[in-house]
Design a protein around this ligand. Structure first.
Ligand code: SF4
Length: 413
């Protein structure tokens, strides 16, 4: 992992409760009775207090110093104020929260009560990510969102009045009924709203969402027939990059844009391979193995993911999946996570961490991708081109295995 010894920790806490299920949603979230909220927070607090013992048992480092907390979901703003306060009291008791820690809560527009907003400010939340997806009311409505443009703009005012001005707005390119004109309108409203950070996602079509399943089956429910074509979605994404960049929100990652100083500290951890602990439903962790005296190099990395079944989670299941990543697998990750960032992969850094030979193999794959116009390679850095960002999954696939292949044996005749 790139994080140096003595690195701080990022804490991700999944709150899987939603008021309704969006048609495109492929997250482990659902509409559960409010009576489950307290049980769930109790379980989170138990996990938090048991995290040190779990880490010792697994043989991984768990930094006590925490510099970012991210409550995602789900709709964490649905948590009752007293549960939010109990959760943060437990975090502060168990962790050494840095004074300038970034504390983000994902909120659904129209679903932040005054009491919850007060509790958020009391517990130290200083960043809010709003799941807007579209400022066109009809597009939001057919996607299962419960808000209108007016509600979003009102919430932004309320958040600022409460002292939370570090705001992110999520948009999705590819919603049913979206056109390039309506997309431009959403981008314009986003910019007028003045949020310093935007995330632009491309609609994912897979078996995990109702809309995705319908599209894969060729059906018409959930307005599947009105989803724009891949080419139209690609144009929307390219337009977003240009429009946001011109307005001062520079792209720093495939889906993320920010004004200077407003990049998401927590999310950068994932791409920079720094340690994080995930708690709650379907939450991932990445923690470095404790190194023995005299050991050098990247060592092993533990990735674990908790159950995505609420009943199993509440009953106390252990992480559903755990895997130790060898230095070779981490080298692959260094490429496909690092390439997500516009800054790209710094060759000196990966050579220092993994050695010259493995990096030379990865560079062969990079050269091949450069000939296809998907990456840009220079003497210091490899980064995605705009075309490579659109086809990023294809690019990342090339690095699986290639980063560690043994060179062809030289046969002397
Ligand atoms: S609010 Fe978010 S997590 Fe909840 S259903 Fe909609 S997309 Fe999924």
């Amino acid at each position: 992992m790139a994080g140096a010894a003595g690195d701080s920790l990022g804490l991700y806490i999944s709150i899987p409760f939603c008021r309704s299920k969006c048609t495109y949603c492929n997250f482990a979230s659902g509409v559960y009775p409010a009576s489950e909220h307290a049980r769930y927070v109790n379980r989170l607090i138990d996990d938090l207090s048991g995290a040190g013992k779990w880490a010792a048992r697994m043989g991984v480092e768990l930094p006590r110093s925490v510099d970012s907390i991210y409550l995602g979901g789900g709709t964490p703003s649905l948590l009752e104020p007293e549960l939010l306060e109990r959760l943060f009291a437990a975090i502060r008791a168990q962790c050494a929260l840095e004074t300038d820690a970034e504390i983000t809560v994902e909120c659904a527009p129209g679903q932040i009560s005054d009491a919850t907003l007060d509790a958020m400010t009391r517990v130290g939340v200083n960043r809010v990510s709003l799941g807007v997806q579209s400022f066109i009311d009809r597009e939001a409505q057919v996607s299962g969102r419960l808000h209108t443009r007016a509600v979003v703009l009102h919430d932004l005012q309320r958040l600022r009045a409460a002292g939370i001005s570090n705001l992110n707005i999520d948009l999705i390119a590819g919603l049913a009924g979206q056109t390039l004109a309506s997309w431009n309108e959403s981008l314009g409203v986003l910019l007028d709203a003045g949020a310093p950070h935007a995330s632009v996602y491309i609609l994912e079509v897979d078996e995990d969402s109702r809309l995705g399943r319908e599209m894969l089956a060729g059906g018409a429910r959930y307005h599947a027939e009105a989803v724009p074509t891949d080419d139209a979605i690609a144009r929307m994404y390219e337009t977003a990059i240009d429009t946001l960049e011109c307005a001062g929100l520079a792209q720093y990652e495939i889906s993320n844009f920010a004004r200077r100083g407003k990049q998401s500290r927590h999310n950068r951890r994932y791409w920079e391979r720094r340690p994080y602990l995930g708690l709650g439903l379907d939450a991932s962790s990445a923690l470095r193995a404790v190194q023995q005296a005299g050991e050098s190099g990247p060592g092993y990395l533990l990735r674990s993911t908790t159950s995505d079944d609420l009943k199993a989670y509440l009953e106390g299941s252990e992480p559903a999946e755990t895997a130790w990543l060898s230095p070779e697998r981490q080298h692959e990750e260094a490429w496909f996570l690092g390439l997500r960032l516009n800054a790209g992969v710094k060759l000196a850094a990966v050579r220092k961490e993994f050695g010259r030979q493995p990096v030379a193999h990865a560079l062969e794959a990079a050269q091949d991708l450069a000939e296809r116009g998907l990456v840009h390679v220079d003497s210091r850095t490899v980064r995605l081109t705009p075309q490579g960002q659109l086809l990023s999954n294809e690019v990342f696939q090339e690095f699986l295995g290639a980063a560690n292949e043994e060179p062809e044996p030289v046969v002397a005749i």
